[in-house]
Ligand binder design. Structure first.
Ligand code: DUC
Ligand code: ZN
Ligand code: ZN
Length: 466
């Protein structure tokens, strides 16, 4: 099957130009101008006049079916990748979880089985380490070789995912040897739990106090601490879901002194604020960790960070729980609200609308932070994240002039609310191709369950990217 994308503007992280893209099978085989006039034939010609041809977007941080607080994130690998595809995302990197007392391998096998035959577009895994010991450290080397080169550890969630500093340091030392990457959830969990307990004891149990308990300085402190540990170990480190200026300042300082420190933020920290956590128990819809922050100065600081490359990635931390029946587990005690927001479907458009239309970033930088940047950092480039000969044919025809209204009534995520309900935004993915197969066409799903395959990823050259 040969598909020709004709008459569009190819938008990449490096630049934009008018051009045609020819796909044969699962791969991009030719890029040029007026290919049809030059005699190139195809089974299907997709007219991209007045539209942009961009690499399929990559969401490097999702949690399909994550067990959390006695329940499970609602989307599975089918519904989650399908919703992602509607929003122009053709690759996700999810998190397999090592449980305490179990091996990395057991956790990986469980998540592999959950995804097998389900996904409509490609997926990879990072590995969450909840139990750092001699044996799990040794297992890391094999995982790096098998295409899972990154490991997430937590300074938050004592008793669940939390690792003490010496465990984090040992995992970092291991990646110094095996070429992998440590990803850090950086908030000071033990201190947060103390503040949260004090608030609840005072009768402050509403979702709003979830935001109050998790001070910005607790994220800044932990961010600085883990970066310093990584520097001591000679390892690269990636801060996930960075939410606040205090933490960004630590990343900026680290990068200025030459540390291999990288960071992502998420749409919720660019577009939502602690005010959304108010409004009684309705605020539970907005409970995630780190929490939503004060709008000022944080939103603009994060945009500045994205523009200046102190932040390299925008991912979603997609972790959806229904308001009814799941978020409601925390009525009367915000500590029991499952943490996480739905987002995998709307990231690309929110970033286009708020970033490109909003004048914060160029369209090329938009492609970089939603696709090419994560492809490079997470060992997928140039197979993913690129419009280039030889790359996987993960291609989106994007209409920058389309507009739509976000609503839980029309979204494809398996969750009963949207954090952006009623928002009118510009930009929409019209054609979404995953490895040569058109999986979304003008708002209709045309893909198939099981088309998505596990993606073996390489180590990246972190020193070069820093
Ligand atoms: N934060 C969330 O909001 N949900 C899942 C895990 C996390 O770290
Ligand atoms: Zn996290
Ligand atoms: Zn997460």
């Amino acid at each position: 099957m040969r598909t020709l994308f004709a008459n569009g503007t190819i938008v990449t992280a490096d630049g934009s130009y008018p051009g045609d893209v020819l796909v044969d099978g699962e791969t991009i085989v030719q890029i040029g101008t007026n290919l049809a006039a030059a005699g190139v034939t195809a089974d299907e010609v997709i007219d991209a006049t007045d539209k942009w041809v961009i690499p399929g977007a990559i969401d490097a941080h999702t949690h399909m079916k994550l067990p959390f607080g006695g329940t499970f994130a609602k989307d599975d690998f089918e519904t989650g990748t399908r919703a992602a595809a509607f929003g122009g995302t053709t690759t996700i990197v999810d998190f397999a979880v090592q449980s305490k007392g179990k091996s990395l391998r057991e956790g990986l096998d469980t998540w592999m089985a959950m995804a097998e035959g389900m996904a409509v577009a490609d997926y990879g895994f990072h590995m969450i380490m909840s139990d750092v010991n001699d044996s799990s450290l040794a297992e890391m080397d094999a995982l790096v070789d098998e295409g899972i080169p990154d490991f997430k550890l937590f300074t938050a969630y004592p008793g669940v995912f939390f690792s003490p500093d010496d465990h984090i340091f040992r995992a970092m030392q291991q990646t110094t040897k095996n070429g992998g990457l440590i990803m850090m959830h950086a908030e000071n969990g033990p201190v947060i739990d103390k503040v949260a307990a004090d608030l609840v004891a005072q009768g402050k149990t509403d979702p709003y106090y979830h935001g109050v308990a998790r001070y910005p300085i607790f994220e800044g402190e932990a961010t600085n601490r883990v970066i310093r540990l990584a520097e001591a170990a000679g390892a690269p480190v990636y801060i996930v879901h960075l939410s606040v200026k205090d933490a960004l300042d630590q990343v900026r300082a680290a990068r200025d002194r030459g540390a291999m420190a990288f960071a992502e933020t998420c749409p919720q920290y660019l577009f939502l604020s602690i005010e959304d956590l108010g409004n009684g128990f309705n605020g539970a819809k907005f409970v995630c960790s780190p929490p939503l922050r004060e709008k000022n100065p944080n939103w603009q600081e994060l945009w500045d960070g994205l523009r200046k490359d102190d932040l390299q990635v925008v991912a979603t931390d997609h972790c959806p729980f229904d308001f009814h029946g799941q978020k409601e587990l925390g009525r009367g005690d915000f500590r029991k609200i499952p943490n996480g927001l739905p987002g995998v479907e709307d990231r690309v458009d929110l970033l286009f609308n708020g970033g490109v239309v909003g004048g914060q970033i160029s369209k090329e930088r938009w492609v970089d932070i939603i696709s090419t940047g994560p492809a490079k950092l997470f060992g997928m480039h140039p197979r993913k994240g690129a419009i280039a000969v030889g790359a996987d044919a993960d291609i989106v025809v994007y209409d920058p002039n389309a507009s739509r209204t976000i609503s839980a009534q029309t979204h494809h995520m398996a969750v009963d609310y949207s954090c952006y309900e009623g928002w009118e935004i510009k930009g929409q993915s019209k054609i979404v191709m995953s490895r040569g197969m058109v999986i979304v066409r003008d708002g209709t799903f045309t893909g198939s369950k099981g088309h998505g395959k596990f993606l073996r990823r390489d180590r990246s050259d972190y020193a070069r990217l820093a």
